[in-house]
Design a protein around this ligand. Sequence first.
Ligand SMILES: NC(=O)c1ccc[n+]([C@@H]2O[C@H](COP(=O)([O-])OP(=O)(O)OC[C@H]3O[C@@H](n4cnc5c(N)ncnc54)[C@H](O)[C@@H]3O)[C@@H](O)[C@H]2O)c1
Length: 259
Amino acid sequence: MILNGKVALVTGAASGIGKACAVMLAEAGAQVVAADINAAGAQATAEVIAGFQRQAVAVAADVGDLGQIDAMVKQALAAFGQIDILVNNAGVTRRAEIMELTEADWDRIHRVNAKGVFFCLQRVAREMIPRRSGRIVNIASIAGKGYAGTSNAAYAASKGAVISLTRTASQQLAKHDINVNSVCPGVTRTALSVANMLVRARENGVSVEEMERRRAADIPLGRANEPEDIAALVVFLASPGARNITGQNYNVDGGIIPE
Ligand SMILES: NC(=O)c1ccc[n+]([C@@H]2O[C@H](COP(=O)([O-])OP(=O)(O)OC[C@H]3O[C@@H](n4cnc5c(N)ncnc54)[C@H](O)[C@@H]3O)[C@@H](O)[C@H]2O)c1
């Protein structure tokens, strides 16, 4: 119950890493706002949390749209009165080689992964500043640090933006006692990575199982992440023990990239 009395807003909370973060933050005592463009999925996450007697509300929001971000923040405040923790997690990609990428791919990916992350951070920080307290955890990716096996170069660029924003925002928000860090997952078992794995298996003419075996063989610890491996670090970064950690971009990747 290390997060008792705290309110956490998680974007992209309907599935994968966002869902695991929402559930684990609630298990640690936080009240949770589960936001997602997938309203039914966000509702399902809130119901999982209600199932173990913690408070959660679901909010339908497209983080690529500033009006919807503002409405999301308003609904979170109406439900719980404050936001102590933001997990900026919603993200999209599609498996594609650099020479195949289109302007539409670039715009779709950056609208959610870069613009969405920036304006969620800005609009939630606006509420945190008067209270002189807040924890923001952005979900970036080792793709943003040059991981050669990334799904997509435009996606990697969007995650580089998240890593850079984390550093700058941590500097500019420190005077308000707001900590900003990111977690950079490696290969993590979610709907997003399964979709990529299907395309990679097709490209290589092998089964999905064989493709998964080959990818695991490239990971020094020999296993992909489960979403909970990311959520565990997010909970720590939101907890009192992390009060003096800010501006950091932590890999959770089984050792794929060195730093
Ligand atoms: N799975 C991986 O291997 C991996 C690796 C590195 C980083 N990541 C990052 O982790 C984060 C979560 O990804 P995941 O693997 O859990 O994927 P996922 O597809 O399971 O979940 C992403 C969630 O974001 C939601 N979403 C998409 N667009 C949205 C929008 N415009 N507004 C609000 N919600 C939106 C989706 O509905 C979905 O519920 C992403 O930022 C992703 O880039 C994932």
